[in-house]
Design a binder for this molecule. Structure first.
Ligand SMILES: [Zn+2]
Length: 118
């Protein structure tokens, strides 16, 4: 049989007796490939922004914004109301050094990735 991957359109010949192991290992490769692509896209489109004026400008361009946030709902709401962006994820490896929330300027060590959802 011939397997055709939809993520990269590569064709692979596979003997019937190897159906199960061949398909399982290909599914694993596809999963890995999709994950790497998504990770690279996120990295490519993410900008570190520590200033709210710059944040507003960059969000218009469809960027993901990695910014310090104090953790308070009211600051998250200000961001959402004035830019349409909200928190997509708070990365585990976010910086822990002291920064200032882009809205209230309070000290924080939380960094979140913001973006608009469509
Ligand atoms: Zn704040």
């Amino acid at each position: 049989m011939v397997l055709v991957r939809r993520d990269n359109l590569k064709k692979t010949d596979l003997a019937f007796e190897n159906t199960e192991s061949g398909i399982l290992s290909m599914l694993e490769e596809i999963q890995q490939n999709l994950f790497e692509n998504a990770k690279n896209l996120l990295k490519e489109k993410t900008l570190e922004v520590t200033n709210f004026e710059e944040f507003k400008k960059e969000v218009e361009k469809g960027a993901f914004l990695y910014s310090p946030w104090c953790g308070q709902t009211k600051c998250e709401e200000v961001i959402k109301e004035s830019t349409g962006a909200d928190i997509r994820v708070i990365p585990f490896d976010a910086k822990t050094q002291d920064s200032k929330c882009i809205v209230c300027k309070n000290q924080t060590n939380i960094h979140a990735i913001f973006a608009r959802s469509y």
